[in-house]
Design a protein around this ligand. Structure first.
Ligand code: ADP
Ligand code: MG
Length: 572
């Protein structure tokens, strides 16, 4: 997994090398500074040569400036590296999700994908940036500082370092507490977010039940819980920072006192004493960094694991090696002994044999849950059959490219999914690069022009989130316009008008009939009035296709269709 993690550095290795080498130089300068001060006090000061002292100070200033610039580079480029890696991963994840098949979306929660693409990738980006850099630099500085101190005065070096384990334990312990506090805070903020999301997207329901006060009350509670959790986190954080500060001062004091004693006994020069005190800070920094890494590493790696879990799921429906691009299908659809189930244990379809001739309009009726939608979703290969085969114009659909197959099939469903945007954008979704004239023509064919002309901004009117500002009939018309633009030879209407009132249904029916002209059309319908003109009617039950014939034949046949037919017409 570490190897996979590092593979994401590859495109950015130049950035990494510049960042990393700058960080090494900064670390070396940091180690050199106390030594310079020591030399300044012990060697330069006694000479009392003011000119040299000024020259050396200017030199030190130059080194400071270089170090500052390098630190800027380390911080900026380091973050750039992290952001670049995060961006790459986010794009890879999105691309991967786009290519997934229906079954993936059946089994995946939107919220999970969202949190992968945001929270997890933030953590990974932070780790990518801080991980290798901070780890190596911290260890290098720590060892470097100790070796130098040991060379100056072994006893004092050991006294100084003896306190480091205590500091490490303190920091590690605080980190555990801090982690717990942050985690709790994340859970609480997720609750708050959930409330906001629910009550904004469900605002219409809230208001129709006049439950605003109730929602505010619930929100106040969650918001208060979040406040408490955040307070605890900051309390732990403040405690940690003050105790680290205390420990550092304590270390400095001990070194100062013991150092003073050595100094009086002529075992330590003045410069060396100052140098030692300065080195304490150099020693502390790595401890801080490493302990921050201890927190970041598991978080980032857990995020990376979840990222990999998604990335490593191969799309189920893919093109076969020699898949053909089909330019124009006539629409002869054959099901040959087809079995299918959404999971292995439960068959939804078995032994389906079906022939639909090009240009034919075939209606599917039958009880809800019988498998009508399932039959239709096998044709564009949203799922693959488990046994048997489906062919169009004599060619197995698995031997066609997914893209060319799907571009020949249009589906209009009961709930139309529209994107936030304008009327024009939503119609144009049916065909990439559609001209304005084409969009206009499609709108005309779908009998939308009157409605559009009444809108304040015409074609450029925003339709609201998922077409919220449109009525059911208007949405369906937009979907039909989109389909006129796509102009596929095969058309599937899956209860396209079932959600509409009878009056609107009648009007939309006209547009649908026009859309169906000269195409192979499969209609799944609830109300029989909408399928009178079909060439054939198939009755689908849990056991397969039970009846097959013209509308009038089936009514006469006195089977299931006739029974359903009678029930419907008695009701009206
Ligand atoms: P119909 O369109 O005739 O009402 P469907 O084809 O939608 O019936 O459903 C047939 C059966 O398959 C039902 O038992 C339904 O619960 C099941 N089913 C439909 N879609 C899925 C899915 N995405 N995942 C699992 N089971 C499904
Ligand atoms: Mg259905």
């Amino acid at each position: 997994m570490i190897k996979k993690f590092f593979s994401y550095y590859r495109p950015h290795r130049r950035l990494f090398i510049i960042d990393f080498s700058s960080a090494i130089i900064v670390a070396i300068l940091e180690l050199a500074f106390p030594l310079a001060v020591q030399w300044f006090i012990d060697e330069l000061l006694p000479t009392e040569e003011w000119d040299t002292i000024v020259t050396v100070s200017v030199l030190l200033l130059a080194i400071y400036l270089i170090s500052t610039v390098l630190q800027y580079i380390v911080s900026y480029l380091g973050h750039k590296l992290g952001i670049n890696i995060e961006t790459d991963m986010r794009e890879q994840l999105f691309t991967h999700v786009q290519r997934q098949s229906f079954r993936f979306f059946d089994n995946t929660k939107t919220g999970h994908v969202m949190s992968r693409i945001t929270n997890d990738l933030f953590d990974i980006g932070e780790l990518a940036h801080h991980g290798p850099e901070d780890f190596f630099i911290a260890i290098m500085t720590f060892i470097g500082a100790f070796v130098i101190m040991y060379n100056i005065n072994p006893e004092l070096a050991i006294i100084a370092i003896i306190m480091v384990p205590f500091l490490t334990v303190l920091v590690a312990f605080s980190n555990i507490k801090m982690n717990r506090a942050w985690k709790n805070m994340y859970i609480k903020i997720a609750d708050v977010n959930g409330r906001v999301e629910d009550s904004v997207s469900g605002a219409r329901v809230v208001q129709s039940f006049t439950n605003e006060e109730f929602e505010i009350h619930r929100f106040k509670h969650d918001n208060g819980q979040f406040r408490l959790a955040k307070l605890v986190a900051y309390k732990v954080m403040s405690g940690t920072h003050s105790s680290i500060y205390m420990m550092t001062r304590l270390m400095t004091l001990v070194v100062l006192v013991v150092g003073a004693w050595f100094n009086i006994n002529d075992k330590l020069t003045n410069g060396e004493l100052v140098s030692f005190v300065l080195f304490i800070n150099v020693l502390i920094k790595p401890v801080d960094k490493i302990s921050a890494l201890l927190e970041l590493y598991p978080k980032g790696m857990a995020g990376f694991r979840r990222f990999l879990d998604l990335i490593e799921q191969d799309p189920e429906i893919v093109d076969r090696e020699h898949a053909k691009t089909v330019d124009h299908l006539n629409g002869d659809i054959w099901f040959n002994d087809v079995d299918f189930g959404y999971d292995e244990h439960k068959k939804v379809l078995s032994g389906i044999n079906l022939k639909v001739k090009a240009g034919e309009t075939v209606a599917f009726v039958g009880p809800s849950g019988a498998g009508k939608t399932t039959i239709c979703s096998l044709i564009p290969r949203f799922y693959d059959v488990t046994k048997g085969s489906i062919s169009i114009d004599g060619l197995d659909i698995r031997d066609m490219t997914k893209h060319s197959l799907r571009s020949q099939i249009g589906i209009v469903q009961q709930d139309v999914f529209l994107f936030t945007g304008t009327v024009r954008e939503n119609i144009a979704y049916g065909k990439k690069g559609a001209t304005d004239d084409e969009v206009l023509e499609a709108a005309r064919k779908a009998h939308l022009q009157e409605f559009i002309s009444e809108l304040s901004d015409g074609f450029d009117t925003q339709i609201g989130e998922r077409g919220l500002k449109l009525s059911g009939g208007q949405k369906q018309r937009l979907a039909i316009a989109r389909m006129f633009l796509k102009n596929p030879p095969i058309l599937i209407l899956d209860e396209a008008t079932s959600a509409l009132d009878t009056e609107t249904e009648k009007i939309i029916q006209q547009s649908l009939a026009e859309l169906a002209e000269n195409r192979t059309t499969l209609i799944i319908a609830h109300r029989f009035a909408t399928i009178r003109d079909a060439d054939r009617v198939l009755v689908v039950t849990k056991d397969g296709i039970a009846e097959d014939g013209t509308y009038s034949d089936l009514v006469k046949a006195d089977g299931l269709f006739a029974r359903l037919h009678n029930i419907q017409y008695q009701e009206v």
